[in-house]
Design a binder for this molecule. Sequence first.
Ligand code: RRO
Length: 309
Amino acid sequence: SLLSASLLGIDFANPLLNASGVYCRDVAELDALAASAAGSLVTKSCTLLAREGNPEPRYYATPLGSINSMGLPNAGYQYYLAYAQQHDYAAKPLFLSVAGLSLADNLTMLAAIRAADTPAIVELNLSCPNVPGKPQIGYDFAAMTAMLEAVTQAYDRPFGVKLPPYFDIAHFDEAAAILNRFPQVAFVTCINSIGNALIIDVEAESVVIKPKDGFGGIGGDYVLPTALANVNAFYRRCPAKQIIGCGGVTRGEHIFMHLLAGASLVQVGTALYEEGPGIFARLNDELAELLTRKGYRGIEEVRGKLRTL
Ligand code: RRO
């Protein structure tokens, strides 16, 4: 039907899901996403052991978006794997986001996930900007290559990677060439937050979050053009992979833009944090109305159809 979507040969009622990290840290939040109008859901990026994360305040919203330095607070991978083992996959697909603090930790988690043999789809987070002393792997092409070499040898199912935003054509070229060496990397999620930005409160003459002297990852309206460029850059360069768009979605027309740029699914972060899971019904309605007004009968008629001048 009109909003039906597909990734890795799996059917989705619609292209929408949460961005990992938002509304997905515990069973209550995950159940609310499962019960929402979202077509699928993804768990909070997990580590081997549970983490408290960075000190609060660690998230702050402005009229144009958000800044966060959560620091990977999560219940540990076994908690999310247990959730994956009881999830109703007939209702909607589930993604498991994995963000080990080392290559060895990722291999340990992926071995356990593989052994559990659930239908959950892995999204390997190569782009957390907020753990002090842990640089984003996606910005270190040698480390990214080594990670994918090891992970693809130890884990034998298709999976995806969550990338940081890139800002240079040479970096799009190099990142895509690395990913294209690994057919098992079946999808690419663009983008994680724009890392290590700074929001300043003029009246207080202060930063707005406590960790890292106020530095954090940006989401929301601020990041939409960067997200669209990254979606389209990887869509053009990785013809054998699918793209999940993430960044700057607050209305149906933003989903349409991500689809035009090449996205197969679209994630919602800051706007979900601000509006709650009811946002998915609104966004689906807005997207359906836009598609109908333009005479489209399905989102596959839109995907990648961006015109150039
Ligand atoms: O937990 C976080 O601070 C966090 C993560 Br793991 C990430 O991938 N992206 C982000 O904006 N925050």
